[in-house]
Design a protein around this ligand. Structure first.
Ligand code: CTP
Length: 406
């Protein structure tokens, strides 16, 4: 017996050079006792013959919504029946096109129709050229799917079909099977029962009725942490500054604007949580007395404009007395003396760990979908130096560290 024996899995296969790996995946899943039905997009048949999958699964392979022969013509609702039947739908490999279709709910073939009618969970393993993977359209679609609770098995770095090297290779079959097993045995819900408070995004401090001081934080790192923590079973509250991101599934969200509002929202929830993860880029200063009207140029002396700033509350320092046994993880964005400055913040803000990144490094910092970080620990444990990863994957690695603390 394995954790997947007897489980009903729909294996979706898209038109990618990696489609041949789905045959091995199918064999592994069935060897471990799963009942697998294969659906293919019509373009997948350009890479592997449907007969390969029907022979290995000992079942009919579904591809067309309106085949000339067969049951689908008669019933016309087979995609609904399969969507209800499955304990899990796994699309591996999934292409950029199918990712886009799932994001927007386009049901133009059998596979995308099932995905839309699916009652159970959806897991996808992308495979594509590296440039297609990092294209803003693909990464934004993937973020939306993750926020909706879709499990993404990230592609790996390596040699691609084009001969180029980059991120886009389908995850190894063993890894995909392991994710499926982890899903069924509940291992993926390893933060169940934990309460996690996350801050994200920038804050905005008014200069006058129409202008503000802020920073370039997009909120993506904090939202990725909230998404991943909720998927791993934690109860998650997210306090966010102004960002243009969808609320992750099962996450309670509170929108704030200023540092003071962020402080109050976190203060209100600090006793509730087991861990606080401060990814927010809090503005250190605010305007002393922003008028409730638009400031006119004529109010300043010729060629000169001055606004008086006062220091904002340091939220982490303010919350330190309430820390107790809670785990506090902070972030540090440093461009110079990166490690020395981060170590200082680790101590001065009484953190258990600090995640450092340098926006000058390629693929790091504000607005990107990737990040390269190092995690430092207060207890003096070895730093964890992570390679360039998607923010979602970085979020998972941070949560792995958090789990060890909890
Ligand atoms: N932070 C906070 N309150 C502030 C400023 C920052 O709680 N007023 C938190 C951030 O959310 C982050 C950590 O402190 O987790 C470090 O933030 P960072 O902006 O890197 O450091 P600062 O304390 O602002 O110091 P400096 O701007 O001098 O680098």
């Amino acid at each position: 017996m394995t954790t997947i024996s007897g489980k009903k899995i729909i294996l979706g296969v898209c038109g990618s050079i990696a489609a041949y790996k789905s045959a091995f995946l199918l064999r592994e899943l069935t060897r471990k006792g799963a009942e697998v039905r294969v659906v293919m997009t019509p373009s997948a048949a350009n890479f592997v013959a449907p007969l390969t999958f029907s022979s290995l699964s000992r079942n009919q392979v579904h591809m067309e919504m309106f085949p000339e022969k067969g049951r689908a013509t008669a019933a016309g609702t087979w995609h609904i029946e399969l969507g209800v039947w499955a304990d899990l739908m796994l699309v591996a490999p999934i292409t950029a096109t199918t990712i886009a279709k799932l994001t927007y709910g386009i049901a133009d073939n059998f596979l995308t129709s099932i995905a839309l009618a699916l009652r159970g969970p959806l897991m996808i393993a992308p495979a594509m050229d590296a440039d297609m993977f990092i294209h803003p359209a693909t990464s934004s679609n993937l973020s939306k799917l993750k926020e909706r609770g879709v499990f993404v098995i990230e592609p790996e770095e390596g040699e691609l079909a084009s001969g180029l090297t980059g991120t886009g290779r389908l995850a190894e079959v063993d890894k995909i099977v392991e994710k499926v097993e982890a899903f069924f045995d509940g291992r993926h819900r390893d933060l169940e029962g934990k309460k996690i408070l996350v801050s994200a995004g920038p804050t905005q401090e008014a200069i006058d009725a129409v202008r503000f001081i802020s920073n370039r934080s997009s909120g993506k790192m904090g939202f990725s942490i909230a998404t991943a923590a909720a998927q791993r079973g934690a109860e998650v509250k997210l306090v966010t500054g102004p960002v243009g991101l969808e609320t992750p599934r099962s996450v309670e969200r509170k929108d704030v604007t200023t540092a003071q509002e962020m402080y109050l929202a976190l203060d209100r929830n600090i006793d509730w949580c087991d861990a606080l993860i401060m990814t927010a880029a809090v503005a250190d200063y605010r305007v002393a007395a922003p008028p409730d009207r638009k400031i006119k140029k004529s109010e300043f002396a010729e060629g000169e404009a001055k606004i008086d700033l006062v220091e904002n509350v340091d939220i982490l320092k303010q919350l330190t007395p309430r820390k107790g046994k809670k785990v506090f993880i902070g972030f540090a964005l440093e461009t110079d003396d990166v490690l020395a400055n981060a170590k200082k913040k680790l101590t001065s803000k009484s953190l258990d760990a600090i995640v450092v990144n340098n926006p000058r490094e390629k693929g790091s910092g504000f607005g990107t979908d990737t990040n390269k970080v190092r995690i430092l620990f207060a207890g003096g444990g070895d730093d964890v130096d992570l390679p360039l990863l998607t923010k979602y994957e970085v979020a998972q690695r941070i949560l792995d560290q958090l789990k060890a603390f909890l």
